[in-house]
Ligand binder design. Structure first.
Ligand code: UN1
Length: 499
């Protein structure tokens, strides 16, 4: 056991109790930097989900009647506890996920920001009032909770994404059943402890650990879970969408990207290199928003490539708990193999490998899963490495000769999460923000770094029209209710008695 302060075996959190899973089935959780076992996580099943649904249904009825500003008070407390424990949470996050400690602190901060932002919604949750077409009649709309909601969160942002989904659900008066990724259960465990300590009533948030095939499936199947909010792979998202579709269940999906940085001929190249480096190799490229394509104007391609290669040489790779390390490990063996497979595909397709392209297996890396930061050039937009999500530290340089071509190349993929342009030209900036077909657009910054008070999500294969975080998240976890109050004392027929 690597850290004595971490429980050897985790349990589920259902109805305010820490409970063993019904089946005695567990799987180890390993630190991707060292390969060592940190804890083990239950592989729960349908019965655990049923217990959680029963608790969540009961709790939600009461919770919906608690005034929203009081619900928000609890979220403020959750935010303060997260702030108090920021350093502890960040180091556990680095241990289970591998991301470097500075980024782990950033991710925890993202959750704290979300707590305070959504707590503020407790005193807003605005609806509309609007005139009625009839005399002595009042019309308004309010947001009503949906009921019990199911959230399924990924390992790459195990705490931030959980807060994007659970906090708006809670403040709006829903109860939550949460299935965290089995690779990173400790963030869920720690956050559940915080919910408990903050005084969230039993059953408002329930954590059921386990696989998508068992726990996820049971959540999707259960008619009393009215919303599924999922972040993860495109393949899984499609299956969830079709199953929820048959049940007319509300479903919100976020399924990754093939994000590009565009570098125009007038760009500040030093800034562009910094932006590319941070958004492509930060989190070892394991962000939905990671830059995996650089679409570069032919006039600056050579210089940008040289500068990028030099900067890549400076990247320190290793265990993210070491403050000087910039690039941490890949989450597990399977993910490492996938990255390496794509590099082989790239070579076969005729792309030129300029740096990296191999698994790091020197002694100091041998027990973890590390991949060398990789740069391909001469990549054509129709190559698989330019179209498919790799989810690792691999960047493809694609040459273009105009802004129009750059935008075409950017848009000509099935994903649409994030994009960025480096230019000093205001006309190009505004053309790009209008024409880039992604949910997030950055100007003179890389493709990562979304802030929680704006909508997060994307177009095409990235999602299904919904957004996480920002005000938009409330649309996922509430139903609009339109209310008409007639105080005329007689029957007034809409559209008819309007004279
Ligand atoms: C993700 O990779 O799914 O914008 C989330 C960013 C982070 C969130 C990424 N704030 O890169």
């Amino acid at each position: 056991m690597e850290n004595p302060n971490i429980e050897k075996r985790l349990v589920n959190y259902i109805d305010g109790e820490w409970v063993l899973p019904v089946k005695n089935d567990y799987t180890p959780v390993r630190n991707p930097a060292t390969g060592k076992t940190i804890t083990s996580v239950p592989l729960s099943g349908e019965k655990d989900v049923l217990a959680a649904v029963t608790a969540a249904k009961k709790a939600q009825k009461e919770w919906a009647l608690v005034p929203a500003p009081q619900r928000a008070e609890l979220l403020f407390r959750v935010g303060s506890l997260m702030k108090e424990r920021k350093e502890k949470l960040a180091s556990i996050l680095t241990m289970e996920n591998g991301k470097v400690i500075e980024e782990a602190r950033g991710e925890v901060q993202e959750g704290i920001d979300m707590a305070y932002y959504m707590a503020g919604e407790g005193r807003r949750l605005f609806g509309q009032t609007t005139p009625s077409e009839l005399k002595n009649k009042f019309a308004m709309s309010t947001r009503a909770p949906v009921g019990v909601v199911g959230i399924i969160t990924p390992w790459n942002f195990p705490i931030a994404i959980a807060t994007w989904k659970s906090f708006p659900a809670i403040v709006a008066g829903n109860s939550v059943i949460w299935k965290p990724a089995t690779e990173t259960p400790l963030m869920a465990y720690e956050l559940a402890k915080i919910f408990e300590e903050a005084g969230l009533p039993a059953g408002v948030v329930n954590v059921v650990f386990g696989s998508g095939a068992e726990v996820g499936e049971a959540m999707i199947d259960h008619d009393d879970i009215r919303v599924i909010s999922f972040t993860g792979s495109n393949d899984t998202g499609r299956v969830i969408a079709s199953k929820c579709g048959m049940k007319l269940k509300k479903v919100s999906l976020e399924m990754g990207g093939k994000n590009a940085v565009i570098v125009m001929d007038d760009a500040d190249l030093s800034l562009a290199v910094e932006g590319i480096l941070w958004s492509a190799f930060g989190t070892s490229g394991q962000r939905c928003t990671a830059c995996s394509r650089v679409i570069v104007h032919e006039d600056v391609k050579e210089e940008l490539t040289e500068r990028l290669l030099l900067a890549m040489e400076q990247l320190t790779i290793g265990n993210g708990l070491d403050e000087s390390v910039k690039v941490g490990p890949i989450i597990n063996e399977k993910a490492l193999e996938k990255v390496d497979r794509y590099v082989h595909i790239g070579r076969q397709e005729g792309a030129t490998l300029l740096a990296g392209g191999y698994v790091l297996n020197e002694d100091k890396y041998s027990s973890g899963h590390y991949y060398a930061p990789t740069l391909f050039t001469d990549v054509r937009p129709d190559m698989r490495i330019a179209k498919e999500e790799i989810f690792g530290p691999v960047v493809s340089l694609i040459e273009v000769s105009s802004l129009e071509e750059a935008i075409d190349v950017n848009n000509n993929v099935t994903f649409g999460l994030s994009s960025s342009i480096f230019t000093q030209n205001i006309n190009q900036v505004f053309t790009a923000q209008r024409d880039l077909d992604t949910g997030i657009v950055y100007v003179n910054a890389g493709t990562t770094g979304a802030e929680i008070h704006l909508p997060f999500g994307g177009t095409k294969g990235t999602g299904n029209g919904h957004r996480d975080s920002g005000l938009a998240a409330l649309d996922v976890f509430t139903e609009w209710r339109s209310i008409y109050v007639d105080f005329s004392g007689r029957l007034q027929r809409a559209q008819i008695d309007t004279e």
